[in-house]
Write a protein that binds this ligand. Sequence first.
Ligand code: PMP
Length: 429
Amino acid sequence: APVCTLSRIDEPLPVLGGDVHVPLVTGGETPYAALDYAASAPALQRVWDDVAAYAPYYGSVHRGAGHLSQLSTELFEQSRQTVAEFLGCREGDQVVFTRSTTDSLNLLAAALPPGTRVFVFETEHHAALLPWQARGSDVTYLDAPRSPEQAVATLESALHAAPSGPKLVCVTGASNVTGEVWPVRELARAAHRHGARLVLDAAQLAPHRPVSLSELEADWVAFSGHKLYAPFGAGVLAGRADWLRAAEPYLAGGGASRRVSRTADGTVEAEWHTTAARHEAGSPNVIGAYAVASACRALTEAGFDRLVAREEELLARLRKGLAELPEVRVLSLFGEEADQVGVVSFVVEGWNSSHFAAALSAEYGIGVRDGLFCAHPLLRALLGQQGDAPGECGAPDGASGELPGSSAGVTPTLNAVRVSFGAGTPDEH
Ligand code: PMP
């Protein structure tokens, strides 16, 4: 199985001198199946090896003539090139290294020309749903579509009715809840027909399918390294340079500024870079970028055809097994025929999903996600319930250790269980 296994999970893990112990599972030799790739996928051994080989030599990027600094600058820029190739970037596109998809989309939200109207389906992950309004844009929220065709039609009519001016559509490539693949190219074409641009949230799509800006005709794409078999800390925003170049730097600081001088009135004036460095102020995360590039290379070499075929086998097995259980309802917007990556969410009749997930971990050594997956409006659309849920997305609201979904005054069934995996490079897991 393409899962990482911990062979003895009843003992403290060998980190922090063995002080860390989560005594939930008492299964002795039970292998542990981590089936929460949609949240974070285990880094490939090859990525760890690449990082370990480079680690003794790292220095600060773009910071001088020292040999290690130059080596790091070279690796950082090579990593950018590798990512550009992985994403099918067009001539003139920029690849900006960020911290994550959330960071990338916030960067773009901060870089929109004044007056840009944003169009976003309510079904998006909060990282793609929230930055636009939070950063001052007017947003048109679109109702959950029930088929890919309806998604395109809904977008078309919203764009048709929109006033003139700059417009941006933000859409997911594959849902982190249903795993369903969205019709990105058709949506991009619809956007372009109405003079809008499109940013693709590929946090879930990129680990499972080839993502090419030129083939999908998208204007920008965002993804996170930690879902793409690299460790945490680095993400990417790639795409058209013009809006990025015209915007104020996302962060003000060293690295983003080409020249800074005192002015006659006693203040300072900065001249900013027009390359990706404009939005990468501070000492760049060269290890993170290098790890992302390593993962991109590993996936490309493994070949998406092979990865998709393996993942589809696993997905078919999971779906068949779930279909045999009458208590289980698999969540879907587009129906059974939908194209889907290895992400499946479901509810089990008579069970609170959080308790169900806890039981899977404690009794069977299967680690899955439960809750609302940082996509609250989507869960409401799928489960057809009103109500509010506790802060399952991020840190729990209280420090009580209470299971999400079990606190008084909330609808306990407004949550689901999610099983997610990827073929990655199967030989390495
Ligand atoms: N979009 C989607 C579809 C996601 O699944 C996630 C992570 N669950 C994000 C955006 C945000 O990614 P990150 O937490 O790495 O910023």
